[in-house]
Design a protein around this ligand. Sequence first.
Ligand SMILES: Cc1cc2nc3c(=O)[nH]c(=O)nc-3n(C[C@H](O)[C@H](O)[C@H](O)COP(=O)(O)OP(=O)(O)OC[C@H]3O[C@@H](n4cnc5c(N)ncnc54)[C@H](O)[C@@H]3O)c2cc1C
Length: 293
Amino acid sequence: MIARLRRLVWVSWRPIAERAARAYVAGPTLSDALRVCDALARQGLAATICPWDGPGDPCRRVADAYLAAVHALARATLDCYVSIKAPSLGFSGDLVAELLEAARPHGCGIHFDSLGPEAADQSWALLAEAAARGGRLGCTLPGRWRRSLSDVDRAVELGLRVRVVKGQWADAGGGGAPDLDARDGFLRVVDRLAGRGCRVAVATHDHALAGQALARLRDAGTACELELLYGLPARQSLQAARAAGVPVRVYVPYGHAWLPYGLSQARRNPRILWWTMKDWLLGWRWPGAAPSV
Ligand SMILES: Cc1cc2nc3c(=O)[nH]c(=O)nc-3n(C[C@H](O)[C@H](O)[C@H](O)COP(=O)(O)OP(=O)(O)OC[C@H]3O[C@@H](n4cnc5c(N)ncnc54)[C@H](O)[C@@H]3O)c2cc1C
């Protein structure tokens, strides 16, 4: 009975969640992303853009989308870097080298997003290879992964910019160990980064956590900024950044619309459906957002 009721609730929420996914991307094309970045820049907000690929997109097509983003930023006057997903490039060193070759003359940053734990070692091998070629590079460290503390040391060694997130994917769970608490893990990564000389992006919509992390980094004299996901509620996080006196950058995805939390996670965690409903009902809108249909 309860299972049937849950299924019924899920079936009626599903169209809301699918509609919500479209609110997390600037639109289907690069020009949609650039339009949003322009609107953000007018409000004093920096950006990072990422073409989100669809299921089964060939690596060459994904690389071309990243290259188009780099070339467009070279022509623009935006404070913006390109975020990429190493598994979508098939972990190809050649494709990453091509991208760096295009980005380097313009000083365009290339940032590696973090995907599932099974992709971490190959992503780090690529990052090390890329760092040896030079260029402005960044990595993402999930607070809930045990390995992230030692990955901080690798990032510092390679001179990477670091984005700290709670993490969308659970830890690989070596020896069946449970995940770290995402908030505690987040702050542990921040503490390990404080005073180490790399630029840190505190990427969370948990405004209390953002406030704590930014204060710790500021106290240690570490250059930092708040990074937010386009489409997620931002009012209180923007206040936290203002209170800490740090700049804000917005991650603007475009292309294929995925929910930042997959629908399967929304199924396990109905809070996510409430959050998406709340935004929709309150009509909070990011600068440059296309009118909803
Ligand atoms: C700029 C940026 C880049 C990221 N890059 C990566 C990455 O490369 N790899 C990775 O694994 N993860 C990445 N993430 C996702 C991150 O790991 C978390 O899954 C996500 O940010 C939600 O956690 P939170 O810290 O914002 O806190 P939460 O406690 O999950 O959320 C805080 C508040 O944000 C709002 N909120 C959160 N999620 C939603 C939602 N789906 N819809 C509506 N409201 C919501 C709610 O008001 C909630 O109370 C990124 C996040 C950001 C902000």
